[in-house]
Design a protein around this ligand. Structure first.
Ligand code: S6P
Ligand code: ZN
Length: 194
């Protein structure tokens, strides 16, 4: 049996409506300027950064649980609503560093989609609505996209050793992009540049 770090059982409070963990150990804040290279319309992103003084794009709240096999890490993710050009606000998206680890997303508030892909070129888009749980299978990269007009809030639970692998996603993107055009959501196939 593998030895792992001993952690005392604990409880923590989450404000489901505000989408914040009340006593996080880690608070990751991604601003619009952290999203350079991710959206189709780079000019529109620069305009947002200039005009709105680099607003918060999304936040992740976490407890400091050892990143090791046997533990479960969890986070509250809060993605702001909005568009860059016509493209809906989204997270960067990542594979797990230990690719054969899954993740559960429980959507708590807002509306949007989870865009997923594999290294072999498969892709899947799943709706995210309150009380809907998504199983993100091992090997699938995942990105959430907010198509609504309030924050998209989810609780994420994943194996301690999973880690994040962002490599390549900034350049390659995913296989779908999600736009809001004349008030309608459009999921468009995207061909990554060679
Ligand atoms: C961790 C989990 C979430 C994301 C968060 C931000 O495995 O999937 O906590 O980290 O939604 O997304 P990203 O792609 O910037 O890490
Ligand atoms: Zn993940």
């Amino acid at each position: 049996m593998r030895e792992i770090t001993k952690v005392e059982p604990f409880g923590t409070d989450i404000d489901l409506n505000a989408g914040v963990m009340k006593d996080p150990d880690v608070h990751i804040l991604r601003r619009a300027s952290d999203m350079r290279g991710y959206y189709q319309d780079g000019e529109a992103l620069e305009e947002l950064i200039r005009k709105e003084e680099d607003p918060v794009h999304y936040e992740v709240f976490e407890k400091d649980i050892p990143e090791e096999y046997g533990q479960l890490r969890f986070s509250v993710s809060k993605l702001q609503p909005g568009i860059i050009g016509e493209e809906c606000f989204m997270t960067k998206g990542h594979y797990h560093s230990v690719a054969q680890t899954a993740e559960i997303y429980l959507c708590l508030r807002g509306e949007g989609y989870m865009v997923m892909k594999t290294l072999e070129g498969r892709s899947k888009v799943e709706p995210m609505t309150p009380e809907r749980l998504l199983y993100v299978s091992p090997y699938w990269a995942h990105r959430s996209v907010n198509t609504g007009n309030e924050p998209l809030i989810s609780l994420c639970i994943y194996p301690g050793e999973a880690g994040h692998n962002y490599g390549g996603i900034e350049k390659e993107g995913f296989l779908q992009r999600i736009y809001l055009r004349d008030g309608k959501v459009e999921i468009v196939k995207h061909k990554p540049s060679p």
